[in-house]
Design a protein. Structure first.
Length: 197
């Protein structure tokens, strides 16, 4: 039994990192948050998870920019159906520049659209790659550390308060999901108010 558990842990550590890289190519939060939680439990390395997540995120965003810029014909249908959103991203890119590249990874709905808008524009690719690398490192580090330390607090609560700790955790998770829900609604409202007609 112990050899089976050791074998499972080894394969999880190997394939878990691969899955994290692939998942973070799409700028998904769940992969790096899960990695931070697993690092708290000692299953994987937090530093390796952050590096892999940042690398995957950088690769995914950069690939999307290059594909959009150099394979425009393949994206024409997407451009037609998301014309207003891409136009809004162009306006935001002119207005906020590098700040938008740095923070778009946290903005619901913009994680995919900003690289597409950059690829469709004449934005300098070298400049984008530098800011994208910085943004990917900040994104992976902040979310990885957040998950790691939050999980640590949860483990300490469970150890300290036993069954009653689940009530505190439940209330906290409800608050987190409430904030996420309201941020999604705020994004939708902002998009509709500022999108070009």
């Amino acid at each position: 039994m112990e050899s089976f558990i050791a074998s499972f842990k080894d394969s999880f550590e190997t394939w878990g990192y691969v899955a994290l890289f692939v998942y973070c190519m799409g700028s998904g939060y769940v992969g790096i948050l899960a990695a931070g939680t697993l690092a708290t439990l000692g299953h994987i390395s937090l530093a390796a998870s952050i590096i892999i997540a940042a690398t995957g995120n950088f690769a995914g965003s950069s690939l999307l920019v290059f594909l959009t810029r150099y394979q425009k014909k393949d994206f024409e249908r997407f451009f037609a159906s998301h014309r207003r959103k891409i136009a809004l991203m162009h306006i935001w890119l002119k207005k906020y520049g590098a700040i938008l590249i740095l923070f778009n990874k946290y903005i619901y709905g913009a994680k995919f659209l900003v690289p597409v808008a950059i690829g469709a524009s004449r934005y300098d690719l070298k400049k984008f790659l530098i800011f994208n690398l910085l943004a990917s490192v900040i994104w992976a580090t902040s979310l990885g550390l957040l998950a790691f330390y939050f999980s640590k607090v949860v483990v300490e609560l469970v150890e300290s308060y036993g069954q009653y700790s689940y009530v505190v955790i439940g209330v906290f998770l409800t608050l987190v999901f409430g904030v996420l829900w309201f941020s999604k609604k705020a994004w939708a409202k902002t998009y509709h108010q500022s999108s070009p007609k």
